[in-house]
Design a protein. Structure first.
Lengths: 273, 319
């Protein structure tokens, strides 16, 4: 240790220590989870399992309801993303392009859903959903998720639409394109990075949403995060670790595929008032 | 020459004071007409109304004898080029040019030929595969003009297309535009606030002010015989003077300086502007007068000389 300290110099040495702490802090839990998921023989509070095996993977994958929840979550996330694109893109475009009375209020109203404690909104929604027979239905869960994602889906694409100059749309009208064609061939492609980022957030947000899914979806709709609650409560840590890793896979894959779109610029454009 | 575009009683108001009212204008076949005026005079409003980007309150716009005022922009046979941001950055030059042709369902081979021909006309052949971001501002405007022309518009509308470019390129583009107009036999409406530009390229100039036309005429006509004080001030340089209680205007090139000891004017400054010289003379009350003269003539004078002025051509305007 002494050799290292004097070899690197004080500054470098401290930097290395800081880096090590950081790595441990960020990747330690992840790594721990990964080792636990492949544990054969494990006793709490040990750091490393005594033996390794795939027995907890077998166990989780043999539970029908859990495997089903993986499918449910993926389908749900896709439906939520598509539906909120359909709802929010026109709204985002309107906010970006037209100045109308109360535009600021409309923009802020999308923030409101994120400003209140979630559980409060969910319970209020549950009361209404009971009357509409939406409790325990797939549609109900989709609606709950959209409430969460609306802010991203309106703000970020709206910022992206604003970077498209009005002349670029007008030129397209001028050479003979209808307003629909202008939107799909000119405006959308130019705003694409913002739309991709917003969709990504929506998809990932829907994948990990648990509270609303639990309250509205149970007992009929089981998503991965709501299942995870059950797994953690009633099974050993090792089973939870396996399930958590399965939940992580789609997120990591998406982040890798779309990383070039994940720029600070796309985000900050969305949050300019 | 037959009438290409006729505007009758066009009114477009944004508010009580903002907008244009009862505009009448005729543009002839193969004519380049410039709408000239300071910002906010309504010149762009008229151009956008012709292109279909403003819904007009009342009036008629006839292009080739057909009323177009109720058509959306995509149904009008006009081609518009804006000051900037004309091109779509996610498409190549070729794709930009092909966009309108595809909507008109031209065949691939035909499209290629037409695009090549147009790119040659604007001297941008070989740039088909480039993206707009790889082109200079002047080149982008050439492509924008080519993209409008490839659709064979009945009327070309240019909304200050060169004002975002630097002075030297702007001058080149003027000459280019004039050549293209001649070669392709185009009818063009050009909007600018730059009187020099308007003088250089126009067949006819319509000087606008606060939503109405002050004067319409050939450039030399407007320069030599401005109808109002506003036009006289806006086009070229003009001195406004008073002599014996009557006020009049005189162009700097219509003044001859005469060397005279104890003359009423004193030369404040001589400034060589290349092919001619500008002198500023001042009388005992401090009124400055601008005078243009030939280089040879300028050698006879120096700052602080006392001179008299001979006004060769005076003009008088009603208040």
């Amino acid at each position: 240790m002494k050799r290292l300290y004097y070899g690197l110099g004080k500054r470098k040495f401290l930097e290395w220590i800081l880096l090590a702490v950081f790595l441990l802090f960020f990747y330690g839990p992840l790594f721990h989870m990964l080792t636990l998921s492949f544990a054969g023989d494990y006793e709490y509070p040990d750091a490393v399992p005594h033996t390794f095996s795939l027995k907890w993977w077998d166990y989780i994958l043999s539970k029908g309801q859990m495997v089903e929840s993986i499918g449910t979550s993926l389908v749900l996330a896709i439906v939520v993303t598509v539906v909120s694109l359909l709802i929010c893109l026109p709204a985002a475009y309107a906010i970006a392009r037209y100045s109308f009375k109360g535009r600021g209020m409309v923009r802020l109203s999308f923030l409101l859903t994120n400003a209140f404690p979630k559980m409060g909104i969910y319970t209020a929604m549950a009361v209404i959903f009971y009357k509409l027979n939406l409790m325990g239905t797939f549609v109900g869960v989709v609606l709950v998720h959209i409430v969460n994602t609306m802010m991203f889906m309106v703000w970020i694409p709206s910022g992206a639409f604003r970077t498209v100059h009005i002349q670029q749309e007008e030129s397209a009208r001028d050479v003979g394109a209808s307003s629909m064609r202008v939107f799909f061939k000119i405006t959308m492609p130019m705003a694409w990075p913002g739309i991709v980022v917003a969709s990504l957030y929506t998809f990932l947000g829907s994948m990990e949403e648990a509270q609303g899914s639990l309250l509205i979806g149970l007992p009929n709709v089981h998503t991965m995060p709501s299942e995870l609650y059950g797994v953690i409560m009633s099974f050993p840590d090792t089973a939870g670790a396996v399930f958590a890793i399965i939940l992580l896979i789609p997120s990591i894959l998406l982040l890798i595929v779309f990383r070039k779109y994940l720029s600070a610029e796309a985000l900050s454009n969305g949050f300019k008032m | 020459m037959s009438e290409k575009l006729v505007i009758k009683g066009l009114t477009k108001k944004f508010s009580k004071t903002d907008g244009v009212e009862n505009i009448n204008l005729t543009v002839k076949e193969r004519e380049l007409l410039t709408l000239l005026g300071p910002s906010g005079c309504g010149k762009t409003t008229i151009l956008r109304a012709i292109g279909g980007f403003h819904k007009i309150d009342s009036g008629k716009i006839l292009l080739d004898g057909k009323e177009i005022q109720n058509l959306p922009p995509e149904k009008r046979p006009t081609g518009m080029v804006f000051q900037s941001y004309n091109l779509w950055p996610h498409m190549t030059v070729y794709e930009n040019m092909a966009f309108g042709l595809q909507i008109r369902k031209h065949s691939k081979a035909q499209m290629k030929e037409e695009i090549n021909e147009m790119l040659k006309l604007v001297r941008m052949d070989g740039s088909e595969k480039k993206y707009p971001g790889q082109l200079s501002g002047g080149q982008q405007q050439r492509i924008a003009i080519a993209r409008a022309l490839v659709l064979k518009p009945s009327l070309l509308l240019l909304d200050e297309p060169f004002s975002a470019l630097d002075a030297k390129i702007r001058g080149q583009m003027r000459e280019e535009l004039k050549r293209i107009q001649r070669e392709a036999g185009l009818t063009v409406i050009f909007v600018t606030h730059d009187q020099e530009e308007a003088m250089a390229i126009s067949d006819t100039i319509a000087v606008m002010r606060r939503g109405y036309m002050e004067q319409i005429g050939k450039p030399e006509e407007i320069y030599d015989n401005p109808k109002t004080r506003f036009v006289a001030e806006f086009i070229g340089e003009m001195n406004f003077l008073e002599e014996g209680g009557t006020s009049f205007a005189v162009r700097p090139e219509d003044i001859t300086l005469i060397k005279q000891e104890n003359g009423p004017y004193r030369i404040l400054q001589m400034m060589s502007l290349g092919h001619y010289t500008q002198a500023i003379v001042v009388d005992n009350k401090g009124n400055e007068v601008k005078v243009f003269m030939e280089k040879d003539e300028a050698r006879l004078f120096a700052a602080d000389d006392c001179v008299a002025c001979r006004f060769d051509r005076k003009q008088v305007f009603a208040a």
